[in-house]
Write a protein that binds this ligand. Structure first.
Ligand code: NAP
Length: 290
């Protein structure tokens, strides 16, 4: 039976470390790090994610505000907001909650951020730094995955990591991060056109599923003893729950946990790490600003 990697517990450790770092920082006379979250429109899921991020920030001593804008804000007006946040000496980190309404070009808005305040690591300058092996902000989910692997004492050096998914939010940056000299993994990134996917997956010591399809990874795709990291968050019908659904990952947990050496659950695996890494990045941004 696979060892369960407890993302909640590991994320709580990271948050505690950030809380200590923030306390040490403010005791040196600095203002607390400040996270500005830009929220456009009234998508309830986005509003709930943003509330979670602000609450988690405040719990570790990071100051934060949500700047809410009407669904119909023009791109010009939003870019002016970003400009003001970029130049404000009080703002350490800026996060633009995605998705944005259709009339706004998300890549233009993200490109307007000061890369040194881009705590979500989505600016192309940060993507370039990551791809080139240079320091910079790393997107929170891939950063959280590597932190999980390290803290669960899973050997990465020289191991074959297979990532299913090539999004710029998860798969691609994770590939670059695992390739960095401090990790030294051998990386294969797969996608919907990959041939012989089960055979490729079977060769992996570390298998990361970031697809967005419930229970896509079956036991036949997993090498015995491999570490399996499930990034997926999918809603499936569940009439035993009051809300009529439950969240599940991209991995067939029941079957795969009998074969794998390590496995992350959903929920309670990668998810909690994403917010913890955002807090870590915000503390780093405050140091960069001083
Ligand atoms: P995405 O942008 O939709 O990318 C999905 C990737 O999966 C694409 O590269 C796609 O290939 C690949 N794919 C789709 N069907 C496939 C197939 N049959 N075989 C092989 N590859 C296939 O998704 P994402 O933003 O990376 O997110 C992936 C999942 O992670 C979602 O469930 C999302 O909710 C979850 N997520 C969780 C967190 C967290 O904090 N836990 C954070 C971010 C995302 P192509 O490129 O060829 O289309």
């Amino acid at each position: 039976m696979a060892i369960l990697i407890d993302g909640k517990e590991i994320a709580a450790d990271v948050r505690k470390e950030v809380r200590h770092e923030v306390a040490a920082w403010t005791s040196e006379g600095h203002a607390p790090p400040y996270l500005a979250v830009v929220l456009v429109g009234d998508n309830p899921a986005s509003a709930s994610y943003v509330r979670g991020k602000i609450k988690a920030s405040q719990n570790v001593g990071i100051a934060g505000d949500t700047l809410k804008f009407d669904e119909n804000i023009s791109e010009k007006a939003l870019l002016e907001v970003i400009h003001d946040l970029n130049t404000s000496p009080h703002v350490s980190g800026i996060l633009v909650q995605l998705p944005l309404p259709d009339h706004l070009d998300a890549s233009r808005v993200i490109s307007a951020l000061n890369p040194d305040k881009d705590v979500d690591g989505l600016h192309t300058v940060n993507a370039g730094r990551l791809a080139a092996g240079l320091p910079g902000f790393v997107p929170c989910t891939p950063a959280g995955i590597v932190e999980l692997l390290r803290r669960a004492n899973i050997d990465i050096e020289g191991k074959h990591a297979v990532i299913i998914g090539r999004s710029s939010l998860v798969g691609r940056p994770l590939g670059s991060l695992l390739l960095r000299k401090e990790n030294n993994a051998t990386v294969t990134i797969c996608h919907s056109r990959t041939q012989n996917l089960p055979e490729v997956c079977c060769q992996s010591d570390i298998l990361v599923a970031a697809i967005g399809r419930a229970h896509f990874v079956t036991a036949e795709m997993v090498k015995p003893g491999a570490a399996v990291i499930d990034v997926g968050i999918n809603r499936i019908d569940d009439l035993t729950r009051a809300r009529g659904y439950r969240l599940t990952g991209d991995v067939d947990f029941e079957a795969v946990s009998k074969i794998a050496g390590y496995i992350t659950p959903v929920p309670g695996g990668v998810g909690p790490m994403t917010i913890a890494m955002l807090l870590k990045n915000t503390m780093t941004a405050a140091r960069l600003l001083n």
